[in-house]
Write a protein that binds this ligand. Structure first.
Ligand code: NAD
Length: 307
């Protein structure tokens, strides 16, 4: 049984060592493809792989077609919009993610981003504090809940919007106020922290209409995906409202133009770094390896996302 770890952006060394231990302990073979620069390297590497662990790497229909033995793909992370689920399902390949394993790293970054923007990107000048401000959590999943918890610890007023949370008691139990509409969230929040997945429904859903409703001096914090932003709408509202700010962990396609036009009111990390901590790498990487072993040995499909 061959498990391939294919990571264009590699895991921390300690995570790879942990994955190797788990895989080899049960007699499977581990293959590593790191820092690959061309799709052809991935296509060649998957040819004899039974299982695949990836990060933000793209598993397209072409990759699936090049992997005749593949039984399972585990995306070490939360979002799986980089995997062609239909192509995998068609070939009977199980796709999983590792929910919750990197949430803390992302939540800490989101809070850090709020402070970074409140303090003029750590350059001279009078900033503001996040204490006493309102943060709106847009999507109350694993990351959103932690941002809420940390926001409260910082003395923020926490609102949340997530129509898919079945147990509405969760919000009150966390001391968070659930709002009834996405518009209400944007109207009332000094900071909106975005945690929606990129799906057909959410792509380009955050744009002019919502952002123009935000209060004076508000900031949008995006540690989710660039695809959920309507970039033209964002640029238009930043143009019209010189008080609004945008910070993102996933640079917009038009980031260079945004930077040039809006200066310190916008910021993008050089490379997606939300889950880029040693701890998150180990948590997600080891969970991925364990899920593969548990699936192949026991048929456990608990984290399957292409059901
Ligand atoms: P999660 O699956 O735990 O939570 C997602 C939440 O979004 C769920 O509660 C769901 O009900 C809600 N949701 C879905 N569609 C919605 C909609 N239209 N409106 C409101 N809520 C909606 O995921 P998570 O671990 O919290 O991660 C959230 C997203 O953050 C991921 O999908 C991923 O794209 C992104 N992410 C980025 C990084 C990074 O490195 N920057 C790391 C991890 C996750």
């Amino acid at each position: 049984m061959k498990v391939l770890v294919a990571t264009e952006k590699p895991f921390a060394k300690s995570a790879v060592e942990g994955i190797r231990r788990i895989v080899e302990e049960v007699g499977y073979e581990l293959a590593l493809l790191e820092k690959y620069t061309d799709k052809s390297e991935l296509l060649a590497a998957v040819a004899d792989a039974d299982a695949l662990i990836i990060r933000s790497d793209k598993v397209t229909a072409e990759v699936v077609a090049a992997a005749p033995k593949l039984k399972i793909v585990v995306r070490a992370g939360a979002g799986y919009d980089n995997v062609d689920l239909a192509a995998c399902t068609e070939k009977g390949i199980v796709v999983m993610n590792t929910p919750g394993q990197n949430s803390n790293a992302v939540a800490e970054l989101a809070i850090g981003m709020m402070i970074f923007m409140a303090r003029n990107q750590f350059t001279p000048g009078t900033g503001s504090e996040i204490h006493g401000k309102t943060v709106g959590i847009h999507a109350y999943g694993n990351v959103g809940r932690l941002v809420g918890r940390y926001g409260k610890a910082m003395g923020m007023n926490v609102l949340a919007y997530d129509p898919f949370v079945a147990d509405k008691g969760v919000f009150a139990a966390d001391g968070v106020t659930a709002v009834d509409s996405v518009e209400e969230l944007y109207v009332k929040s000094d900071y909106v922290s975005l945690h929606i997945p990129a799906t057909e429904q959410t792509k380009r859903s955050i744009g002019y209409d919502l952002l123009s409703k935000m209060p004076k001096g508000a900031t949008l914090v995006n540690t989710a995906r660039k695809e959920v932003i309507d970039e033209e709408g964002l640029a238009r509202v930043l143009e019209e409202r010189s008080d609004l700010k945008y910070i993102t962990d996933i640079a917009a396609d038009s980031q260079a133009a945004l930077n040039e036009k809006f200066g310190k009111r916008v910021f993008a990390t050089a490379k997606k770094m939300g889950a880029e901590t040693g701890e998150a790498n180990v948590n997600a990487g080891l969970a991925a390896a364990r899920q593969i072993v548990d699936f192949i040995r026991n048929g456990n499909r608990k984290f399957q996302v292409n059901k």
